[in-house]
Write a protein that binds this ligand. Sequence first.
Ligand code: CAA
Ligand code: NAI
Length: 283
Amino acid sequence: MTIQKIMVIGAGQMGSGIAQVCAQAGFEVILNDREQQFYDRGIQTITKNLSRNVEKGRMTEDQKQAVLSNITKSLSIEDANDVDLVIEAAVENMEIKQSIFKQLDEITPKHTILATNTSSLPITEIAAATNRPEQVIGMHFMNPVPVMKLVEIIRGLATSDEVYTAIEEMTKKLGKTPVEVNDFPGFVSNRILMPMINEAIYTLYEGVATKEAIDDVMKMGMNHPMGPLQLADFIGLDTCLYIMEILHEGFGDSKYRPCPLLRKYVKAGWLGKKSGRGFYSYE
Ligand SMILES: CC(=O)CC(=O)SCCNC(=O)CCNC(=O)[C@H](O)C(C)(C)COP(=O)(O)OP(=O)(O)OC[C@H]1O[C@@H](n2cnc3c(N)ncnc32)[C@H](O)[C@@H]1OP(=O)(O)O
Ligand SMILES: NC(=O)C1=CN([C@@H]2O[C@H](COP(=O)(O)OP(=O)(O)OC[C@H]3O[C@@H](n4cnc5c(N)ncnc54)[C@H](O)[C@@H]3O)[C@@H](O)[C@H]2O)C=CC1
């Protein structure tokens, strides 16, 4: 199974990072989003990251241009008609992901592997929207993608060994470390991380401490690089809420209930760093 040409769907925080690391590893990348403005924002982030590498002497200007030339714009999913791999990084919503995978199943060649960067949704259910569940797999990158080494690789119920091996090898080519996990809500990463973030939000909601104090305790007391509220802003509060809802629904256990304060912030459009305001302000 040779992977050379890749489509990344969604040019947001994760999709732009995934496109960048794939292009840096020499793959041909088609970066797809719904509208020009979202594509522009993604390519701006990539250009900024690469420019920082040039400034720090880790890359020449020519190398930066070569990486950028590996990325092509797409505003239509039909452009996936000759790719070997699709990595979907659109919003964390089952209906949207299933609709994308159904279309991809019709558009892409038979050999194409369909991967999703979902942070918590069942791979098996996304795969059920296609006629090739053995070629559907979870490829869960961590944020910020250019920095973080881990990729959680999640097999759906039907994912073939051949597809698993191809994605494991591809992950290593990106300079990342694959870790295999099974298909349960939140996998390993968000099963553990998100309840901690949700509990930090409850701690704020109940007035146990200020947001700064909560973050300081976890940073200085537990050596976390970011406090949980700062990390929630960094991930995106909408994504945090979607993940808590998936854990709550998937396990049917009240211990995963999303904090009402998290719901309130998302309803207000306070989505964290990406919208300029969350627990902290970024203007
Ligand atoms: C929700 C999910 O499904 C799964 C997830 O992803 S959960 C989130 C997982 N991620 C985390 O937990 C991140 C926690 N935070 C951290 O590890 C660190 O704070 C951090 C790496 C983000 C920043 O590190 P820092 O030491 O505080 O800041 P800083 O010195 O500015 O950055 C360190 C390096 O990262 C780079 N960097 C920081 N943010 C970046 C970004 N958004 N994109 C690209 N590179 C970035 C910087 O350029 C810098 O690189 P160099 O030193 O090589 O120049
Ligand atoms: N934010 C994080 O820390 C992490 C997020 N993830 C997952 O990655 C996915 C994307 O998350 P983010 O990048 O943070 O979100 P984001 O909100 O930054 O970006 C999502 C992008 O997808 C685009 N999009 C939406 N529907 C689309 C469609 N039908 N076709 C093409 N593009 C579409 C949007 O326009 C937007 O640019 C989600 O599934 C999320 O759970 C995984 C790991 C970490």
